[in-house]
Ligand binder design. Sequence first.
Ligand code: G6P
Length: 440
Amino acid sequence: MTNGLKITVIGGGSSYTPELIEGFIIRANELPVEEIHLVDIEEGKVKLNVIYELTKRMIKKAGLKTQIFQTLDRKKAIENSDFVVTQIRVGGLQSRAKDEKIPLKYDVIGQETTGAGGFAKAMRTIPVILEICREIEELAPNAWLINFTNPVSIITEMVLKHTKVKTMGLCNVPIGMINNIAKILGYESNRLKIDFVGLNHMVYGKKVYLDGEEITKDVLTKLAEGGSVTMKNIPDLVWDRDFIYALGLIPCPYHRYFYMTDEMLEDEKKALAEKGTRAEQVMKIEAALFELYKKVELEEKPKELEERGGAYYSDAAVSLISAIYNDKGEVHTVNIHNNGGIMGLPEDVVVEVNAVIGRAGAKPIASGKLPTQINGLLQAVKSYELLTVEAGLRGDYNTALMALMANPLVPSIKVAKKILDDILRENVDYLPQFNKRNLI
Ligand code: G6P
């Protein structure tokens, strides 16, 4: 047992870890972190060691006493943790590249977290996160699980429904939207607030405020005029002017896959031919990042990390951890059970909404009735997510097929079956549940 906080980062060898460590350094005065345990698997051992050494240099430079550990022993790291952060990629970037390529073979969007690609990622990830949760239940029952592992909605849905672990799912899209919108309007981002409603990677800004005054119309006008709100991993295709005014809400960057499917598909196919899928591009960015991380002179998060889509996620993560620990009553955008947040979606499904955060957890802020223009899409994607959780736990082909058919990005039974068969074949080493082992 430690006096200060014990934080365990599963997927500690991730190139994003310096982000997280920077977050802890910035908030050292409000978060007494005594130990950070970086956990990884055998295949990630080399990267883990590079991150471990860099983390130690960062902590030393900041003049902190926090002890850093690296380990492959996940259970030992989890034991008595106060917070467990999960940022894993089951199957690595190679599997991500397959997720992106398989649907493209059939002229269907191939994306890491949305559509059929996200489905494949969920199938690989659900068994591992379930195992981690069983360990938390046993070894650190009071710990909070802060999950970044994608697809965040689906993973959070699974954890809340099938385990006893206290969790919130977190993403950098809301914070990214605030930063981007502030930039196109020319304001400091801390002056902006957005009421977010929706699902992860499917979240809308319902109202935008500048110093408390509503400016939603100004933001819509900027977007309609071609203002760019995106992330590094999403092509910045310009929104249709009429659509933005008709929608009357601020779409998130991922909405392009659903509302501009044809253009996004063309863009993906072109990218595949010219520079490879996003996973293949990320492999190059990662290799360069790790070369940098190895340099002993490097003692802080390098600027180059901003090339990744998840840049700045530490702001979201560590400020959330601090809001829980310090019982701040601050508003954060998190993935939690709806519980009255959005009228029109069931109470017990996971949504991405603004919530008041304290030691007891998150209380969603009621955002009223789901606007009709987004109701259909959200219901469809939520059905897809619920079916995906069930398919991922039971390894049931028919449920998996229904999950894909519920996804608006999958066009027909014929195509869904082809994609599903490819996914099952290409991921055979990572899908114990489909090898006739029911996980629940
Ligand atoms: C966005 C998403 C993250 C995702 C990331 C991918 O920021 O919010 O959930 O992991 O992009 O970025 P990458 O650099 O790996 O393509």
